[in-house]
Design a protein around this ligand. Structure first.
Ligand code: S3P
Length: 441
C-alpha cells in the first residue's frame, strides 16, 4: 500500500451528516480508570486507534484482563494499585503522550522496577513536567535528561502533596491526580485550566474529589485510597477529529455538515469559540448531558465572510490540538489574525507551531513569528494551482490531516506522505473524506 496520497481536485459542495471517531482522551482515561475500579467496566464505542491499542497492550502487561464482546470492551479491575508486573517490565507507549504521561501516575506503587519508552517522536518530548510533580509525593522516578526512557520503582511511603500546574497541561494534571489516588491523605492541585475529563469522570464515579474554578485556574482536592466501583461508558465523538470537517466545510462553497454526538465539554470547544469570533456561525444542536460530560451535534455551513481574530490567550488550552486547522481559516480570513503564547504547540508530537508556519509559508501565506506569538496575514481569495509535496513532518497525524484539508479546500496538486499516521488518532479520516466526495488516490 502506498504510504502517500495524491489530491489534485477541490471537493464539490456537499450536504452530509457524519460521525467522527471516538474521543481519544476519554478512550484512554476510561481504560485507565477501569483498571483502578473494582469489578468489570464495560466501555463501548472505544476509539480503536494506535494510541488506544497501546493503552490496552500496556494494561495487559500490568496484569489486567480485558475482553472484547460485541464491540464492548470489558475490563476487569481489582481496585487501586492492583497492577501486577514482572521484574524490569518494559512498557512502550508508542506515539502517545497521553498514555505515557498518565500511566506513570498509576505506577507509583509498583513493586518492581518498570521502564517506559516510546517512539522517536515521544522520545523527544518533555517528561520532567510529570516526573517533577511526582517527586513531591515521594515517588522514585528517573528520566534521561527530562526525556524517555523513564524508570520508576514504586514506593510504599507516598505523602500527599500540594501541586502547582502552570502549563495548562491536562496530561500533567491527570498524572498528579492518578498519583494522588494511590496516596494517603489529601492532595491539592492548583492547575491552569485544561481539559478536565479525569476530574469529571472521578466525580461521576463518586470519588471524593472537589473541583473549584477561579479565574484561569482549577483547584482540585482529592483524598487518596478510596475504592470505586466499575462503570459502563459509551465514548462520544472527538472534537479534535471533528475539527478537520468543521474547517473543511467552512472553506468549501455551498456546503453543510452535521457531525453527530461529539463531546463538547467546555474545556474542549475552543475551536468553536475561536471560529465563531471569525464569523463562522457554528451551532451546537441537540445538547445532552452524559455521565458528567456534555455531547452535541455540531452544525457547520460554508462561510463567505471570514474575518481575522485577535485570539484571546485564555482559549489556547481548549483549542490546543486544533490550532493547525484554525490557522487554515486564518489564512483565508480577511485581515491579520494574531495568536499569542503558543509555545506548548511546539511540545506536541512534532514542533507543530514551527511546522505549521513552514506549511503556511509553503502555500504562500505571509506569517510573522515573535517568540511564541504569530501573526497570519489572511488572503480571502486564496486559491492554489501548483504542485505541493508534504513530507518530513515527523509523521504527525494532525499535520497530515491538516494538509489534506488544505489540499481539498484550496486546490493545487498535492502529494502528502505518511498516510499511516492517521492510525494514531483517527483511522476513519480518509474514509469519511471520500464519503463527502473528496477525490483521493
Ligand atoms: C491531552 C491533553 C493535551 C492534548 C493531547 C491530549 C489529554 O496535551 O494536546 O492531545 O488527553 O490529556 P497537554 O495536556 O500536554 O496539553
Amino acid at each position: 500500500m502506498p504510504k502517500s496520497i495524491h489530491i489534485n481536485k477541490k471537493i464539490s459542495s456537499y450536504k452530509k451528516t457524519i460521525e467522527v471517531s471516538s474521543d481519544k482522551s476519554l478512550s484512554i482515561r476510561t481504560i485507565l480508570l477501569a483498571t483502578q475500579a473494582v469489578g468489570v467496566s464495560k466501555i463501548s464505542n472505544l476509539l480503536e486507534s494506535e494510541d488506544v491499542l497501546n493503552t490496552l497492550k500496556t494494561i495487559k502487561k500490568l496484569g489486567i484482563t480485558y475482553k472484547k464482546k460485541n464491540n464492548v470492551y470489558e475490563i476487569y479491575g481489582y481496585g487501586l494499585n492492583s497492577f501486577v508486573s514482572k521484574k524490569n517490565l518494559l512498557i512502550n507507549a508508542g506515539n502517545s503522550g497521553t498514555l505515557a504521561r498518565l500511566i506513570v501516575g498509576l505506577l507509583v506503587k509498583s513493586k518492581n522496577k518498570i521502564k517506559l519508552i516510546g517512539d522517536k517522536s515521544l522520545s523527544k518530548r518533555d517528561f520532567s513536567r510529570v516526573t517533577e510533580p511526582l517527586k513531591n509525593f515521594g515517588v522514585n522516578i528517573k528520566t534521561k535528561k527530562g526525556s524517555l526512557p523513564i524508570e520508576i520503582e514504586g514506593s510504599e511511603f507516598l505523602r500527599p502533596s500540594k501541586i502547582l500546574e502552570k502549563l495548562g497541561s491536562a496530561q500533567v494534571k491527570s498524572c498528579s491526580i492518578f498519583c494522588a489516588l494511590n496516596t494517603p491523605g489529601t492532595t491539592i492541585i492548583k492547575a491552569k485550566k485544561s481539559r478536565n475529563h479525569t476530574e469529571l469522570l472521578l466525580k461521576y464515579l463518586k470519588y471524593p474529589i472537589k473541583i473549584k474554578s477561579k479565574g484561569d485556574y482549577d483547584y482540585i482536592q482529592l483524598n487518596g485510597l478510596h475504592q470505586f466501583k466499575a462503570f459502563d461508558y459509551k465514548v462520544p465523538g472527538d472534537i479534535s477529529s471533528a475539527a478537520f470537517f468543521i474547517v473543511l466545510t467552512l472553506l468549501t462553497k455551498n456546503s453543510e455538515i452535521l457531525i453527530k454526538k461529539v463531546n463538547v465539554n467546555k474545556s474542549r470547544i475552543g475551536i468553536i469559540n475561536i471560529l465563531n469570533k471569525m464569523n463562522a456561525k457554528i451551532k451546537l444542536k441537540n445538547k445532552r448531558l452524559y455521565k458528567g460530560e456534555e455531547t452535541a451535534d455540531i452544525y457547520v455551513k460554508s462561510a463567505n465572510d471570514l474575518i481575522s481574530i485577535n485570539c484571546p490567550e485564555n482559549l489556547n488550552s481548549s483549542a490546543i490540538d486544533e490550532f493547525l486547522v484554525i490557522f487554515l481559516v486564518a489564512a483565508k480570513a480577511n485581515g491579520i489574525s494574531r495568536f499569542k503564547n503558543l509555545g506548548e504547540l511546539n511540545k506536541k508530537e512534532s514542533p507543530r507551531l514551527d511546522l505549521a508556519i513552514k506549511f503556511l509559508k509553503m502555500i504562500g501565506i505571509k506569517i510573522a513569528k515573535k517568540n511564541s506569538n504569530v501573526k497570519i496575514f489572511g488572503k480571502p481569495n486564496l486559491n492554489l494551482n501548483r504542485k505541493f509535496i508534504v513530507k518530513n513532518f515527523m509523521k504527525d497525524h494532525r499535520i497530515f490531516m491538516m494538509a489534506c484539508v488544505a489540499a481539498i479546500a484550496f486546490g493545487g496538486d498535492w502529494k502528502i506522505s505518511d498516510k499511516d499516521s492517521i492510525k494514531t488518532s483517527f483511522p476513519k479520516f480518509l474514509h469519511i473524506l471520500k464519503g463527502l466526495g473528496a477525490n483521493i488516490n
